[in-house]
Design a binder for this molecule. Sequence first.
Ligand code: SF4
Ligand code: SF4
Length: 210
Amino acid sequence: MSANNANHANHANQKHNRDQEVFGEAHKCYQCGKCFAGCPMSKVMDISPTHLMRLVHLNKIEEAQKYNTIWVCVACECCMTRCPQQVPLVEIMDLLRQKSFAKIQSGESDGEESIQNVVLSHKLFLGNMKTFGRIFEPLLAAMYNVRSMDLFKDFEKAPSMFFKGKLPLTPHRIKGIKNFKKIFENCEMKAKNENKSENQNENENENENE
Ligand code: SF4
Ligand code: SF4
């Protein structure tokens, strides 16, 4: 194994251990339901944060990634404020999202139908940020409607938003956009290398087990 590969493998191992530590925090959950009771997004979640913590506790990580709950969570931290056990729900949700997104990016999974549009909106949002350094709402909304094949979604809201000055006609790029793009590129490269090393590790483990 080359020094470079060994370095990546080391990184992947460290990340794997960190991830396990974060998921391990779910064992503190005693299913009181306080997080769910205070969650502002609970009505649009297909399973509750309480149920999700149970799945993580049981190490059903793959299953936990199938629900839209991880994508509609807005990271408001209300659940964590209410939790008597200090379970880091937001961190756990974030990690589940990262894992699910990595699989979709690598083509390993298409994502469940219910989360495809949520993932699409995340991708377009980040793409918009990378291009302009801030959101250019008209382009983001137009791209989302075209790509999700729901051309007139929220169309009726456009006139009032326009007259309130919320829909600019031209984008504004932030100063230092080149450096901003570099941050994105470095993160993308890092994530790519980590995923590659994680997959290599998994394959090596599978081969050893055979
Ligand atoms: S952080 Fe997510 S799960 Fe927790 S209350 Fe907010 S939206 Fe709900
Ligand atoms: S509030 Fe905390 S202990 Fe109660 S169900 Fe939610 S995560 Fe578990």
